[in-house]
Design a protein around this ligand. Structure first.
Ligand code: NAD
Length: 264
């Protein structure tokens, strides 16, 4: 079979461990011949990300905390020095204080609102600003969203507001850099048991609800998000930009609890 990413190089931001959505995408990119640079948030995570990078033949690791613009600058300078041009970027980064990922949205503090928006929304725009000038035509950028951007999901709160802004920013970014032959999309993934998700209140209930009520009657896997990530980053999706692509076992289409779902 033809390799979709042969000769292509890119940056993956947001691998924390082998459950990370970004890691699912990396495995599919690697299987299709991509060369990958990894960013990691702080020394503690380097110990986890380093061996995972090794598994896909990469020793290219760069520290990056997206609240520090100097560190974001350094990522792109370092990659430019080693590779010159790149073909793809994966942004799988979000944060909100877990004390506000439970209870009511109305109780959000200004401080956490701003921090959530900065890390989960602005950082993707900051990444696009720096990546676009060093991308080959046909290049593709991808971020991660969730259904809580559109509909109220218990406990998702300020993160839902941030994902709505992220999805809107994807549309503006797609217009801005489309003329250069670059694409920008979001994948709206169904709930998955990751480190970030562990901060969300009653997350096990949300997982179970989606499993019982999605048309496929299961939750998404790393393989599901990995395959869709590969598609959006590869020439297969050459005509796709500004999209929010659901990878959620169909859950977003459902208007009512399934008749065969037990009470949970
Ligand atoms: P994860 O914990 O594996 O990944 C989150 C990543 O964000 C980590 O690598 C962490 O280091 C990084 N991060 C947080 N703050 C940062 C900062 N200041 N600077 C740099 N990096 C920072 O969890 P995940 O679920 O794989 O999350 C990846 C993306 O997928 C997030 O945008 C998340 O909102 C989104 N998403 C997750 C789910 C889910 O149910 N898990 C569903 C839909 C979308």
């Amino acid at each position: 079979a033809a390799l979709l990413m042969a000769g292509k190089k890119g940056i993956v931001m947001g691998v924390a461990n082998n459950r990370s959505i970004a890691w699912g995408i990396v495995q599919h990119l690697h299987a299709h011949g991509a060369e990958i640079a990894f960013t990691y948030q702080g020394e503690a995570l380097k110990k986890r990300v380093g061996p995972l990078a090794g598994e896909v033949g990469s020793d290219f690791l760069i520290e990056c905390d997206v609240t520090d613009m100097d560190s974001v600058d350094r990522v792109f300078e370092t990659v430019k020095e080693r590779w010159g041009k790149i073909d793809f970027v994966v942004h799988a980064i979000a944060y909100s204080d877990k004390d506000e990922l439970k209870g009511r949205y109305i109780d959000t503090t200004r401080e956490n609102f701003q921090r959530t928006m900065d890390i989960s929304v602005f950082s993707f725009t900051a990444v696009c600003q720096r990546a676009a000038p060093m991308m080959n035509p046909g290049g593709s950028l991808l971020t991660l969203s969730y259904y809580g951007a559109e509909k109220v999901v218990p406990h998702y709160n300020v993160m839902g507001v941030a994902k709505a802004a992220l999805e809107a920013s994807v549309r503006y970014l797609a217009e801005d850099i489309g003329k250069d032959g670059l694409r920008v999309n979001a994948m709206s993934a169904g709930p998955m048991k990751t480190l970030a998700a562990s901060g969300i209140g009653d997350f096990r209930y949300i997982l179970k609800w989606n499993e019982l009520n999605s048309p496929l009657r299961r939750n998404v896997t790393l393989d599901d998000v990995g395959g869709a990530g590969l598609y959006l980053l590869s020439p297969l999706a050459g005509g796709v930009t500004g999209e929010v692509h659901y990878v959620d076992c169909g859950y977003n289409n459902v208007g009512m609890k399934a008749v065969d779902a037990p009470d949970i």
